[in-house]
Design a protein around this ligand. Structure first.
Ligand code: KG4
Ligand code: ZN
Length: 337
């Protein structure tokens, strides 16, 4: 049995977790900074790294206590080294290095995007482990990526956003509609009271299909929402616009994933990242895809360290180790092992 401590501080959550064999969560502690950043309408990077400095050690201690684990029980420490905010990543990476050195444990640097993918390997979904080849849709505040995976660590990027990430579009549109931060949950809630088919919003919001490519684009949609907000003031409610917007984003995400699933003949589809918490996306993925769709529980879609420990375990099991020169890479992309 291998027991890993995972540490994640790439953005605005300070997180630590204890995971057995990459699949069984013993503890998963997340200290969210959402309230702190809400007053600025988005993540304030300098504040985020200062909070991480204050929270990382207590969060690691909590994870060990909740997971009934002692330092001597651990086999390795996995930590996110990118992509993310440089100052935030630095706190996690340096804490992990210090702890690994002091406790004589191997250090495993993990790509945050891999963490979102490996959420599907953690138990708690009641579903069997994913089978290759598979397709992953990673949709978060910073990423919208469609990835073909033929084995552990074997990634082929099929497409990505050319402008805003899906979650970023949710956050920006929520701001336009005065719904607050973070935008994803606010839009989802407002949309429940709205109707995507009311006549005015049926001047359908545009879908950027970018024919012949698996890339995405959401900036035109944001502009179209702005036109609806300005043009139909007083007639179109924020809930109706939120519903039409959410439907447009989900439609493109699901349709492109469906096309890729067919073209590459995958056995299943995984989704991950904060936007994978979206109810309509979860429903539509299950309804429209030709293969089984693995959808992690919501707490494992948004940023947390259990998914980092899980991804780290598969690197650890293949003999990979990071050196003491491991550095943060804010613009890190998905790379093959
Ligand atoms: O993965 P995540 O926690 O952090 C990043 O790595 O970016 O994703 C955060 C993003 C935010 O943009 C947030 O608005 C979005 O995920 N999000 C949602 C929902 N919950 C969170 N978007 C749509 N619907 C939701 N229910
Ligand atoms: Zn994330």
């Amino acid at each position: 049995m291998s027991l890993l401590l995972g540490i994640e501080t790439s953005c605005d959550e300070t997180a630590a977790a204890i995971v057995e064999n990459g699949v069984h969560i013993r503890s998963n502690v997340v200290a969210s900074q959402i309230e702190l950043h809400a007053q600025y309408g988005g993540v304030f990077p300098e504040m985020a790294s200062r909070e991480h400095v204050l929270k990382t050690v207590p969060v690691v201690e909590r994870a060990l206590a909740d997971g009934r684990a002692d330092w001597s029980d651990l086999d390795a420490i996995a930590v996110t080294y990118g992509p993310g905010l440089a100052g935030s990543l630095l706190v996690g990476v340096n804490t992990a290095k210090g702890l690994a050195l002091a406790r004589e444990l191997p250090l495993i640097g993990v790509n945050h995007l891999e963490g979102h993918i490996y959420a599907s390997w953690l138990d708690g979904t009641g579903e069997p482990a994913p089978e290759f080849p598979l397709l992953c849709l990673i949709v978060s505040g910073g990423h919208t990526e469609l990835v073909l995976m033929r084995g552990h660590g074997a990634y082929e990027l099929l497409g990505a956003t050319r402008d805003d990430a899906a979650g970023e579009a949710f956050d920006k549109v929520a701001r336009l509609l005065g719904l607050g931060y973070p935008g994803g949950p606010a839009i989802q809630k407002a949309a429940e009271q709205g109707d995507a088919r009311v006549p005015a919003s049926r001047q359908k919001l545009p879908r950027a299909w970018l024919e012949g490519s698996y890339d995405f684009s959401f900036s035109g949609l944001k502009t179209a929402v702005l036109r609806l907000v300005n043009g139909a003031e007083g007639r179109l409610s924020a809930p109706d616009i939120a519903a039409a917007f959410q439907e447009a984003v989900v439609d493109v995400l699901v349709e492109k994933t469906r096309l890729a699933a067919e073209q590459f003949g995958v056995r299943q589809v995984l989704i991950g990242g904060g936007v994978a918490a979206n109810k309509l996306l979860r429903e539509q993925m299950r309804a429209r895809l030709p293969v089984p769709v693995h959808i992690p529980p919501i707490a494992l879609c948004t940023d947390n360290a259990a998914v980092i420990a899980s991804a780290g375990f598969f690197h650890f099991a293949s003999g990979e180790r990071s050196g003491w020169d491991l550095d943060v890479v804010p613009g890190l992309r998905l790379v093959n092992l």
